[in-house]
Design a protein around this ligand. Structure first.
Ligand code: KIV
Length: 271
């Protein structure tokens, strides 16, 4: 833990220490001030303003349409709602792929305008020079390898990556390249558990898994999935700890019924 004040945010060094102490890092996605605060109060240490924002909040069919302005807007809300968790802004499609300079200018906006602590970008060996450029300039970077949702068009859909020896070798090389470039941690998405365990053992930085088994240094889940809020599609890697979609339908349905029948508002809600 950071030795500063009790309310100081966790730092990348705190995450590294957690890994070294054998603790598991708890991460969820976060898109607004309220749920972020509740998540933090429940013990979440790392909040990722993922570009899954596109599907969970903005109604897009994948992450590709999310813009930098939308991502910054939601990142700032998460920062305002929290005090302790480390907040990572997820750089959207084509906001860092053009050149390391483009990435640097856009990444700086997360830190300066939204108040984020770090940024995340997808890719391994191919983006390592960009990661190095950002870290050299003072931007903490969370890497992301394995299944890369921003490449859904090229890959032709979502699937587990790293099942063949060639793919597994590439994903390990990707993770090692990110560590060498200075990433403070790396997300392993949609890879076999055994491969994630091997990568975690080979890296000194923490690994944060999603659909990557239990052998990672931490886990990340999309908050809507673990709350049972997003019920259009439930990925195999997730677990719903509540059924908020049903609770919302029930609660709003009761309200609607009472408005229609004239039961709401009653005396208690009236002056
Ligand atoms: O956008 C997102 O939610 C993510 C996580 C799934 C890692 O990138």
């Amino acid at each position: 833990m950071s030795k500063q004040t009790e309310t100081a945010r966790l730092t990348v060094r705190d995450l590294r220490r957690m890994r070294e102490a054998g603790g598991r890092i708890v991460c969820v996605t976060a898109f607004d001030a309220l749920i972020s605060r509740l998540s933090e109060e429940a013990g979440v240490q790392l909040l990722l303003v993922g570009d899954s924002l596109g599907m969970t909040v903005l109604g897009y069919k994948n992450t590709v349409p999310v813009t930098l302005e939308q991502s910054l807007h939601h990142t700032a809300a998460v920062v305002r709602g929290t005090r302790r968790a480390l907040v990572v802004g997820d750089m959207p499609f084509m906001t860092y792929q053009v050149s390391p300079e483009q990435a640097l200018v856009n990444a700086a906006r997360y830190l300066q305008e939204a108040g984020a602590d770090a940024v995340k970008l997808e890719g391994g060996v191919a983006v390592a020079p960009t990661v190095e450029r950002l870290v050299r300039a003072g931007v903490p970077v969370l890497g992301h390898v394995g299944l890369l949702p921003q490449r859904v068009g090229v890959d032709g859909g979502y699937r587990v990556h790293g099942r063949t020896p060639a793919e597994a070798k590439q994903i390990l090389a990707d993770a090692l390249a990110l560590e060498k470039a200075g990433a403070f941690a790396v997300v392993l998405e949609g890879v076999p558990a055994a491969l994630a365990e091997t990568i975690t053992a080979k890296l000194a930085i923490p690994t944060i898994g999603i659909g990557a088994g239990a052998g990672c240094s931490g886990q990340v889940q999309v908050i809507h999935d673990i709350l049972g809020l997003f019920d259009e599609f439930v990925p195999k890697h997730t677990k719903a700890y509540a059924n908020l979609a049903e609770e919302i339908r029930k609660a709003v349905g009761s309200y609607a019924a009472e408005v229609k029948s004239g039961k709401f508002p009653g005396k208690a809600q009236s002056w």
